[in-house]
Each structure stands twice: as structure tokens, then as C-alpha cells.
Design a binder for this molecule. Structure first.
Ligand code: 3HC
Ligand code: NAI
Length: 701
């Protein structure tokens, strides 16, 4: 017996219980306890079958990720599994919650598996940059076939108990109490003298596979898995399951996970796993802060952002009212929402009933009086301080006391907006990313007076509407856009020095970004930023040492994809950018006019200069207290800007390649280009000089 694993014999069934909160992960103590429990119950003649069950919220949720990279201790999981398979008495896993990764692999080494209907099972290791390393790649294909196993391990998403039953991953579903049901199931197996079924002894049914199956599969996932090493190794393991005996397949699997575990990609993805949980913890907001109820919402503006924001609430079952200035704009906005839902329905991802139910939750109005009783209002109107102030004055007069007043502004000062209300504590920034119904990030901007319960409520609400909430302080562009403007300026600089937009975009795409800054500009619409600048000239100080190419492009009605020309050309109905020699010539001409010396720019330099500009600004964001921690910055960049998760975000990437290297380059750029885009960061310097990492940034403040 141990603190985390105990066993008893009840009637003639041995029961091993794991109790290791929060998620019964397979720590050294749990593995050792399981091993000892198996040994004891196999030796105990009173036990004719053995049930493995967990206390708390879930069956084993996987290996203990905190132990990765540390020297091994306790019984190896594979030894525990061998003890289970070799047991002469039936071993039964009793599953509730989520049997994930090593948890499901442990269950697969049992002879039988039962679960309650709400349980889920899956092999999510790929999301940590790994592969199932405890027989998952060899046992699962022996139950559900190589094709289905490959899909399940490559996407990493769990399946329901009902689906698991249909596929044969579990053998029995228990309605009612799991422990009672599992004991009854064990008794039934004893009474029937049921055999001990070892999945490892099953044949793999490869009859469904064509000769080219694995190569076709590789091609089909190539785009989605670009840059991630785990999927290819998973395919190799499934190939081994098909072509080799079980034990040899296990060797391929063991080698595969060993290599992945050493790689920087998995290290970054494990960092991401913990960071996603860390950003939910707000250092100065107590965990038990009472939350306000959010049972209804209002959105101001049915434009690009307002429509998507409203969809998030409807998707979560929260009724939402959209306010517009005139009927035409309202009808247009509501029409776009319906089209979006219908398109999802056409793709089979929503049923007609789902769509109708969601649409029924979205109503429109032109009258602010209709939203006065809502729990939260999110303003998503034009980016103009005067207009926003006017609207917040009106909201202050209209909204009930206790309602949260939020703005989706990209750049404007939330404290200034809050001051035109009588309740600045209720005002907050909720910065959604476009398309707002798709992008996972919600940058939650905390004003100087935003109250703690408003902040905590918005964090909880983010989770409820499927977003990752990350808190930022007030400054121009908050965390994400502030760093993005440095990154984009560095790209512009390189463009004027001789790299083409296409070369820059390609270099950053090859680094792992979903697209480069010029493709992104064309997608968002060059006119959008241009208009924002006309409205707010002070907000967007341009780098006057560089020509303003956007103004020139916009004057020529080159707005980007929407006009089939921007930095690139586009064929009708096709989003693929085609480099345009005319624009390239124009850039060269402007550079020469501005006296910028032309040179050959290398791809490596492009990646370095753009990213280092962002990282340097990230360091400043940290030292100014705009971000709580480096992981907040990293989660913003991964979830809002598509930074490759296998690089962990810009600050983690800096730690991986060496902060001293970043600092040396930043210093060089500052000397060469001045400090408009390369402002000095004491934190960056301190960390670099000490040979430290952003992970330990507090030591260097
Ligand atoms: N190891 C260590 N800690 C873990 C963990 C794990 N496998 N899974 C979760 N935790 C920790 C979290 O970090 C969190 O800690 P915190 O409270 O200090 O922040 C706590 O448990 C609770 O986790 P969540 O906040 O995520 O709780 P939820 O209830 O929302 O979700 C869950 C529960 C669905 C189990 C989710 O935690 C999860 O998906 N966990 C990871 C599962 C996983 O990836 N398993 C595979 C591991 S790799 C493996 O098994 C390799 C094998 O093939 C050899
Ligand atoms: P948009 O121009 O597409 O939509 C704005 C809508 O607000 C229009 O339909 C307009 O009719 C309506 N409107 C204007 N004044 C109003 C009022 N007083 N009452 C009700 N409705 C009113 O603008 P977009 O792009 O949706 O931007 C909205 C806000 O979101 C801005 O603050 C912007 O900075 C921010 N934002 C925009 C992002 C983007 O990618 N477009 C991303 C993140 C934030």
C-alpha cells in the first residue's frame, strides 16, 4: 500500500484504487503502487479477478508530465503493463473522467475495460509533441485497425464511451455507480470463467490498407503537421504495428518516443501545456474571488468583429443582442452570421437544429434601451476615441448596475474610455482576434481601475465561450499588437533594403508562421490599417526613415485580396498570392528615392530581425508590468498570431536559442537603425549578461 495506491479484496474481487489528485497521473509512486498492488492481488488466492479504478475526477489522465526529462524512478510503466497482461486472473479497468495517454495505455494492457457513459478515452500525446510510448501505437491498431488508430493518435482528440464501445476499445458500459458496476462486471467474468484477453496477442487487421496507404496518409496530413516531428514518427509506429510482431513494434515505439522526448519541439509543447494553465492564474486576484453572473450579453456593432463575437456567445448557449446604427448595417451583419453558420452546416460540422438554435439566441436592435438589462456589453464599433467615448457615456446611462462594460479596441487607451463612465471598475478590454468566432485568443485588458471580480469573471467567461483568456495591461497595442508592430516594421525595413515581400513571407512561413506579414496585410485589407491611421494619426507614428508603401498601395486601390491586388496579385476566387513585379519595382524605386542602400538579404536574417524585434519589445512589455509572465506573451503569440506551438512562443524561443544571442543582435540593429524600432530593454540586457533565461526573468528585474 502507499499514499496514492491501495488495494483490498471485496468478496472475491481484488480492487486496486489510485488516489493521486488532481488527475491520477502515472507518477513514480502511482506506477510503483500499481505494480505492488498487482503483485499482491495476483498472489492472493481470495481474489479471482482484479479491478483497477481511480478516486477523484478522473481515471489516470496519462503519464506525469512533470516527471519528463527527470531521471526515471519507480516501476517502469511497461513492467506494470506486463504484470497486468500476464496476470492469470482477469484484470479490468474501470474508467470515469478521461483515460488519456498512459492512462488509456494502462487500460489497454488490462484484459477488459468498462466505463461510465460520460467517460472519454484518447491518446493525446501528439499535443505534447510526443507519441503514445506505453504500447498505445501497438495495442490500439490491434483493436480498431491501423487506419482508425492512426487517425485517433494523429489528431489526439478523445472519443466518447459510446464510440469506444462501438469500436471495441472498451467492452462494457456501466449505468450507475462505477465501482458497484465494475465489481458486478468482474463477478460476471469470474462466473463465466472468462479468458484473460491480451490485446498484444491480437492480429492487426491490415486488409483494409492499400499498398500506398501510408504514403497517401503522409501527403494528406503534410500541410497540417508542417514542422511537427511527432506525426511522422507515429506513422512509422503504426507501420511497425502492421509489419512487425508486437515486441518489435514496441522497440520502434520506444525509440520514437525517446527521440521525441529529447527534441526541442516536445519541450516547447510541454511548456505550452503548463503555460495554458498558468495564464489562468492571476497573481493578485484571489482564486475564490466571487464571479458575476453572465447569462446574457450585448454586442455593439455588427461589423467584422461584432458578428464573430456574438457567435461565440450563441455557441456557448448565451443569448446575445447586437446593436447597430441602422437597419441596413444590422441586416448585413446578421446575414453574414447566418451565412457563416450555414457554411459550417454544409461542411457537416453543425446540424440544421444546431444552427437554428444558435441563430435563435442572436437578436438585433437599433435601440440601446433593449440591452440595458444585459450582464455584459462588448463594444466593437469604429476604432475612434471620440466615438468610443460617446458610446461609453451612453452605456453608462443605459446599462444596469453590475453590468460589465467591455471594449474590443485594438489600440485605444482603456483608462481614458473608462473615465467617461461613472463606474471605471466595471470597464475592461476584451480584445478578440479576427475571425472572432474562430481565433482562440482573448486578450483581456485590465484597466488601472478594473475591479478584480470583473477581471476574474471575464477570465471565467473566456473559458466558457471556448477562448484562452490572457491578461494584458494598458499600453498602445497591448501585448500582441505592440510586439507585432515591431515585427512588421523590421520586415518593412528588410523589404526596403532589398528583400521582396515574397522572400520575407516565405522565410517566416518556413520558420513556422502561418503566413508572413505582407500576405497577412493583404488578407486583412491594407485599407483597414490605413483608415485607422487616418482616424488616429497620433496613434500610429510611422517610422519616418522608411517610405510609406501602404499609403501608395492604398492610393492605387490595392487593398489586398478584396481588390485582387495589394502587395501581391490574386486570381479571381483564389487566395494564393502571386508576386507582382510591378510592386517590387515600386518598392525599389521608393527605396532609392529615400536613399536606402540596397543589398542581398538572407532568409536567416529575415527571421532573426523580425522575431528579435518582437522579442525585444516582449522584454519591455515584461519590465513595464504589461504582461504578468513570459508565458502570457507566448500564449498570446501562439493563439492569436499563429506562432508555431512547437517553438513555444517568442520568449520561449529566445530561451531555446539563447537570450545572449538575441541581445547581441538587438544591440547591433539599434546601432545601425536607431531606437525607433529597437528600444533599449534593461531586462533583455540583464538576462543576456547573466547567461540566463526569460523563464527566470524575475531574478533579473
Ligand atoms: N501530468 C501532470 N500534471 C497534469 C497532467 C499530467 N498528465 N494532466 C493534468 N495535470 C495537472 C495540470 O497541470 C493542472 O495542474 P494545476 O492545477 O497546478 O494547474 C491540474 O492537473 C488540472 O489539470 P487541468 O486544469 O487541465 O484540469 P481539467 O479538469 O480541465 O482537465 C485533463 C483534465 C483533461 C486530464 C487535462 O488536464 C489533460 O488533458 N491533461 C493531459 C493529458 C495528457 O496529455 N496525457 C498524456 C500524457 S503523456 C503520456 O501519457 C505518455 C505516455 O504515452 C507514456
Ligand atoms: P467594422 O467597421 O467592420 O464594424 C464596425 C461596426 O460598428 C459597423 O457595422 C458600424 O455600423 C457599427 N457602429 C459604428 N458606430 C456604432 C454605434 N454607435 N452603435 C452601434 N454600432 C455602431 O469594424 P471592426 O473591424 O469590426 O472593428 C471594430 C472594433 O474592433 C474596432 O475597435 C477595432 O479596432 C477592433 N478590432 C478589429 C479587428 C479586426 O481585425 N478587424 C481585430 C481586433 C479588434
Amino acid at each position: 500500500m502507499s499514499d496514492v495506491v491501495s488495494w483490498v479484496v471485496e468478496g472475491n474481487v481484488g480492487v486496486i484504487t489510485i488516489n493521486s489528485p488532481p488527475v491520477n497521473a502515472l507518477s513514480a509512486a502511482v506506477r510503483q503502487g500499481l505494480y505492488d498492488g498487482m503483485e499482491a492481488l495476483v498472489a492472493d488466492d481470495a481474489a479471482k479477478a482484479i479491478v483497477v479504478i481511480c478516486e477523484g475526477r478522473t481515471f489516470i489522465a496519462g503519464a506525469d508530465i512533470t516527471e519528463f526529462g527527470k531521471p526515471p524512478s519507480g516501476a517502469p510503466l511497461r513492467d506494470v503493463q506486463t504484470a497486468m497482461e500476464k496476470s492469470p486472473k482477469p484484470v479490468i479497468a474501470a474508467i470515469h473522467g478521461t483515460a488519456l495517454g498512459g492512462g488509456l495505455e494502462t487500460a489497454l494492457a488490462c484484459h477488459y475495460r468498462c466505463a461510465i457513459p460520460s467517460a472519454k478515452v484518447g491518446l493525446p500525446e501528439v499535443k505534447l509533441g510526443l507519441l503514445p510510448g506505453a504500447g498505445g501505437t501497438q495495442r490500439l491498431p490491434r483493436i480498431i485497425g491501423p487506419k482508425r488508430a492512426l487517425d485517433m493518435i494523429i489528431d489526439g482528440n478523445p472519443i466518447s464511451a459510446a464510440e469506444a464501445l462501438e469500436l471495441g476499445v472498451i467492452n462494457h458500459v456501466i449505468d450507475g455507480d462505477l465501482r458497484e458496476g465494475a465489481l458486478a462486471y468482474a463477478q460476471k467474468l469470474i462466473d463465466e470463467n472468462a479468458p484473460t484477453i491480451c490485446v498484444s496477442e491480437n492480429e492487426v487487421d491490415a486488409s483494409e490498407l492499400s499498398d500506398t496507404f501510408f504514403d497517401d496518409y503522409r501527403k494528406s496530413i503534410a500541410r497540417k503537421t508542417r514542422g511537427f516531428p511527432a506525426p511522422e514518427k507515429i506513422i512509422q509506429c503504426i507501420e511497425a504495428a502492421v509489419n512487425l510482431p508486437f515486441d518489435e513494434g514496441m522497440i520502434v515505439e520506444g525509440k520514437g518516443i525517446g527521440e521525441l522526448m529529447q527534441g526541442s519541439e516536445s519541450e516547447a509543447m510541454r511548456y505550452m501545456f503548463f503555460s495554458e494553465r498558468e495564464v489562468a492564474k492571476l497573481p493578485d486576484v484571489p482564486k475564490d474571488t466571487p464571479l458575476r453572473d453572465i447569462n446574457s450579453a450585448a454586442v455593439l456593432g455588427a461589423g467584422t468583429m461584432g458578428g464573430g463575437i456574438a457567435m461565440n456567445f450563441a455557441n456557448a448557449g448565451i443569448p446575445v443582442t447586437i446593436v447597430e446604427m441602422n437597419q441596413e448595417a444590422l441586416d448585413r451583419g446578421l446575414g453574414i452570421i447566418e451565412t457563416n453558420y450555414r457554411n459550417t452546416q454544409k461542411k457537416g460540422r453543425l446540424t440544421e437544429e444546431d444552427v437554428n438554435a444558435r441563430l435563435a439566441l442572436i437578436t438585433g436592435t437599433l435601440d440601446y434601451a433593449d440591452i440595458g438589462d444585459k450582464d455584459i456589453v462588448i463594444e466593437a464599433i469604429f476604432e475612434n476615441m471620440d466615438v468610443k467615448k460617446e458610446v461609453f457615456t451612453k452605456l453608462d446611462a443605459t446599462m444596469k448596475q453590475g453590468a460589465i462594460l467591455a471594449t474590443n479596441t485594438s489600440y485605444l487607451n482603456i483608462d481614458e474610455i473608462a473615465q467617461c463612465t461613472s463606474r471605471p471598475g466595471d470597464v475592461i478590454g476584451l480584445h478578440f482576434f479576427s475571425p472572432a468566432n474562430v481565433m482562440r485568443l482573448l486578450e483581456i485588458v485590465r484597466g488601472a481601475e478594473t475591479s478584480k471580480d470583473v477581471l476574474a469573471t471575464c477570465m471565467a467567461m473566456a473559458k466558457r465561450i471556448g477562448k484562452l483568456g490572457v491578461v494584458a495591461g494598458v499600453c498602445h497595442g497591448f501585448i500582441g499588437n505592440r510586439m507585432l508592430s515591431r515585427y512588421s516594421s523590421a520586415a518593412q525595413r528588410l523589404m526596403f533594403e532589398g528583400a521582396t515581400p515574397n522572400q520575407i513571407d516565405q522565410a517566416l512561413f518556413n520558420f513556422g508562421m502561418p503566413m508572413g506579414p505582407f500576405t497577412m496585410g493583404d488578407l486583412a485589407g491594407l485599407d483597414v490599417g490605413w483608415r485607422a491611421r487616418q482616424d488616429n494619426p497620433d496613434l500610429f507614428p510611422t517610422d519616418t526613415s522608411l517610405p510609406n508603401i501602404v499609403d501608395i498601395l492604398v492610393e492605387q486601390e490595392r487593398f489586398g485580396q478584396k481588390t485582387q491586388k495589394g502587395y501581391y496579385l490574386y486570381e479571381a476566387g483564389n487566395r494564393t498570392p502571386i508576386p507582382d513585379p510591378e510592386v517590387e519595382a515600386m518598392i525599389k524605386e521608393e527605396s532609392i528615392k529615400a536613399g536606402i542602400e540596397q543589398r542581398d538579404v538572407g532568409d536567416e536574417e529575415i527571421v532573426q530581425m523580425a522575431l528579435f524585434a518582437a522579442i525585444n519589445e516582449g522584454a519591455r512589455v515584461l519590465e513595464e508590468g504589461i504582461a504578468y509572465r513570459p508565458c502570457d506573451i507566448d500564449m498570446i503569440w501562439i493563439n492569436g498570431y499563429g506562432f508555431p506551438s512547437y517553438r513555444g512562443g517568442p520568449m520561449h524561443y529566445a530561451d531555446q536559442i539563447g537570450v545572449d544571442k538575441v541581445h547581441a543582435a538587438v544591440e547591433k540593429y539599434r546601432q545601425k537603425y536607431g531606437d525607433a524600432n529597437w528600444k533599449y530593454s534593461k531586462l533583455l540586457e540583464n538576462i543576456a549578461k547573466a547567461g540566463g533565461k526569460f523563464a527566470d526573468w524575475k531574478e533579473y528585474m
